[in-house]
Design a protein around this ligand. Sequence first.
Ligand code: ARG
Length: 579
Amino acid sequence: MAECGVTDLRTILEARLRAAFDTIEPGADPVLRPSEHADFQANGALPLAKRLGRQPRDLAERVVEAADLGGMCATVEVSGPGFVNIVLADSFIAGQIATLAADEHLGSEPAGEPLRVVVDYSAPNVAKEMHVGHLRSTVIGDALCRTLGHVGHDVVRENHVGDWGTNFGMLIEHLLDVGETEAIGELSVGDLDSFYKAARSSFDGDEEFQDRSRRRVVALQSGDAETLRLWHVLVAESVRYFAEVYEKLGVLLEPGDVVGESAYNHMLAGVVRDLDAAGLLVPSDGALCVFPPGFAGRDGEPLPLIVQKSDGGYGYAATDLASIRDRVTRLGARRMLYVVGSPQAQHLEMCFAVARLAGWLPDDVEAVHVAFGNVLGADHKMLKSRAGSTVKLVELLDEAVERASAAARERAGALAPEERSRVARALGIGAVKYADLSGDRTRDYVFDWDRMLAFDGNTAPYLQYAHARIRSVLRRVEAGPMPEPFAPVLGEPAERALALALLGFGEAVDAVVSTNAPTRLCTYLFDLATTFTSFYETCPILRAPDVGRRRSRLLLARVTADILELGLGLLGIEAPARM
Ligand code: ARG
C-alpha cells in the first residue's frame, strides 16, 4: 500500500508499534485495527505468542513498555487476552488536523514511487450501441484514473474500442445499401443499434448480401483503399457518438484515448511468429492455439487460447496479446488495469498467462482484471428498456438528469435557472455514477432510480447535499479568508469523532489505489457525512459557546466540505457549492 502524507494517522501509529513489536521479533505485524473500545487496537501479540509459545498478555505488556508513542496517545492499555488498546491524545489529533487543513491534498498525497499505469476501460464497439456494461466500465475506470492520477501515478487511458473483425463486411455493405449520407445521419444521432440490427438482418436473410459481405471482409483485410475509407466512416461516426456520451457523463476519455483493436493489426503476424518461435503454438482443429497451464475446461481438458483462426483471421485474443506487448514496450506500463465485465475473466487471465509465458509481460509488471458484475433491472434480470431492447445509454443519462430536475426544482428553487440545471445534471449523473461505484463492483447491482436519487442513504445526492449545506453555513460566516490552519479545540465527543474521521481520508484513497475498488472511498465519504451530521446536531457552529470553539468548528466544517468535494471529484462526481 502506498504510504500517505504526514497526516495519515494510522501509518504513523503503525510504524511506531512496529518498532515495538520488532524488539520481540523483527518483522512481526502489529495487526492494527480500529477498535470499538478505543480508537485503535493492536492485536499482533496473539499470533506472535502462539508462534513463540509465550503468553500473549506478557508480550502485549512488553509492547506497551517498548512503544515510543511520545505525545500521540492518551492511554495505551493491555486488555482481554492480549490486545493493546490505544486512545489517541486530543492534542495530537488536533495537531494533525492543523497539518491536514494546510495540506492541499488533505492527507492523500503519496510518498510512494509514481508508476506508469495503463487503464483499459469503456471499450464500446463500433456501430453498436454502448450498453450498461460499457457504462460501468467507463464509470469505474474513470474513478480509478482520477484517483491514481491524484496520488501521483502516471496514468495512460486506453479505450480499446472494438473496431475490427468480420462484422465489418456486413456493416460496410449495409452502409452502401442505405447510402453514405443517410448512414452517417443515422450513426451521428446515435442510432447505432438499429443500424447494426438492420445489417444483421440483411446478412441473415439474404444470400447475395452475405456473399458481398464476405468479399468485403477480404477487401478490408487486404487494405483496399475504398473499403478502408468506408470502414473509417463507420469508425469516425461511432467515435464521435461515444465522445458525446462521455461528455454527457463527464468522464476524462477523449477521442485521442481511442486505441482500437485495429491499431494492433500490424503486430498480429509478429504475435503468431514469436509464439511459434517460443514453441508455444499448437495447431488444433486448423486453428493456432496456446494452451497455458492452469486453465482447464469442465471435464479437465486443457483450454486453448485461439490466436489465429482456421480461416487465417486473427481473433480478439491475438489483439489483446499485441496490446499487452505494446503497453509494456511502447508505453512502459508498470501496471495495467483492465476494467472489463466478469464474463471476460477467463479470456483476460489466459491472455496474461500466455503473455507471461512468451516473456512479454515481465514479473514486475502487474496485469489486473478489474472485473465487475451486471446491471440488473427491477425484475433482477439484465436491464432492458420498456420495449424490451437494450437500454440506450444516452437515454438513460437524459432520464437521470430529468428525474433530478424535479428534485432540483424542489430543493434549489431559489437558484437561477441556469445554475439549477447545472445542479440537476450534477445530481442525475452523480447518482448514476455513485450507484455504480458504491457497491462491491464484482457483484451485480439493481438499477433503481428511486434509490440512487434519494437524498438519504448512501447516495450521491446525499453526499452532494451534505457538502452544499456545509458550504452554505460557511458562506454565512462573515466574508474574508478562513484563519490560517490551527489546532482546533476538541472538547465534545462529536468534535473529536469528526476530527478522527477527517484524518482517515488518506487511508481511504490509498485503499482505492491498492484494491482498485472505488467503493472504499464511497464508504468513507458516506461515514464522514453521517459523522458530520451528528456533529452538526450537537455542536452548533454559528452559535458556538465561545469564539475559540466557533473557529474550531468552522475549521472542522471547512475541512469536511473540502474532503467531500475532493473525494467526490476523485469519483468523477461534481459537488455544487449551492443547491
Ligand atoms: N470491446 C469489448 C466488449 O465490448 C471490451 C474490450 C475490453 N478490453 C480488452 N482489452 N479486451 O466486450
